[in-house]
Design a protein. Structure first.
Length: 230
């Protein structure tokens, strides 16, 4: 655990003051890369576009399905992104749990904080897929609020998703911690005026996450338990 501008001992005290922990979904709570790549491949094929190497497609994950498809579409097929996205939004919810799993330690951490802090989820994944995945992995009931792409008008790094959560729970930004795995997540937290914790095991590169200025950086989600003396 690397607290920004704090000693390790003071980090625990600081995190203990938070009333709310908001988690990103893909890359933090779940490893969904294979199902996302599979859905993107079928969507590209649907509009007559070739699809690049799966490893490249994995590197394009982040920022929602539309961004994933735009990054992977052939140059002469990019105008068909809306058609590809419509197919994706139908196909993905039907197949989103085939390979998706929880990251190690997630269930343990959610159970640890259940009843001690309010827990929320902020993702730009569509609601139908989000709820299906959380239900299949038996973690839905841990979250007091789940905000998806269907619940907000503006995607991250716009802070709308965090503000909606705070409004619904009646909590303050200065007592909130956002846990994310990309620079976009960290910028979202900064824009919302909440503290941020980056995880290095997700989509974002560790060095880039460090440079984005999170308040905390952890390599294993179970380190969140060490960040509180509860």
């Amino acid at each position: 655990m690397l607290p920004k501008d704090r000693s390790s001992s003071s980090a625990g005290v600081a995190v203990a003051t938070f009333d709310l922990i908001v988690f990103d979904l893909d890359g933090v709570i779940i490893d969904s890369a294979q199902d996302l790549v599979n859905a993107a491949q079928h969507s590209l094929q649907h509009v007559g576009s070739s699809h690049p190497d799966p490893l490249f497609m994995r590197s394009c994950i982040g920022g929602g399905a539309r961004n994933l498809l735009l990054r992977c579409l052939d140059e002469d097929k990019k105008e068909r992104v809306d058609q590809a996205l419509a197919f994706f939004r139908t196909y993905y919810p039907q197949h989103c749990t085939e390979h998706t799993v929880l990251h190690p330690g997630v269930h343990e951490v959610l159970r640890f904080y259940a009843g001690k802090k309010r827990l929320a989820l902020a993702t730009f994944k569509i609601r139908s897929a989000t709820i299906k995945i959380l239900t299949a992995l038996q973690v839905l009931d841990y979250f007091d609020v789940v905000i998806t792409a269907d619940d907000v008008q503006r995607p991250k790094p716009d802070p709308e998703c965090i503000r909606v959560i705070l409004q619904r729970l009646g909590l303050r930004p200065e007592r909130t911690l956002l846990v994310g795995d990309t620079i976009t997540d960290i910028r979202t937290g900064t824009n919302a005026g909440v503290a941020t914790c980056a995880v290095s095991y997700g989509i974002g590169a560790r060095l880039e996450l460090c440079d984005s200025g999170p308040n905390f950086l952890i390599d294993d989600i179970r380190e969140l338990e060490e960040m509180s003396p509860l």
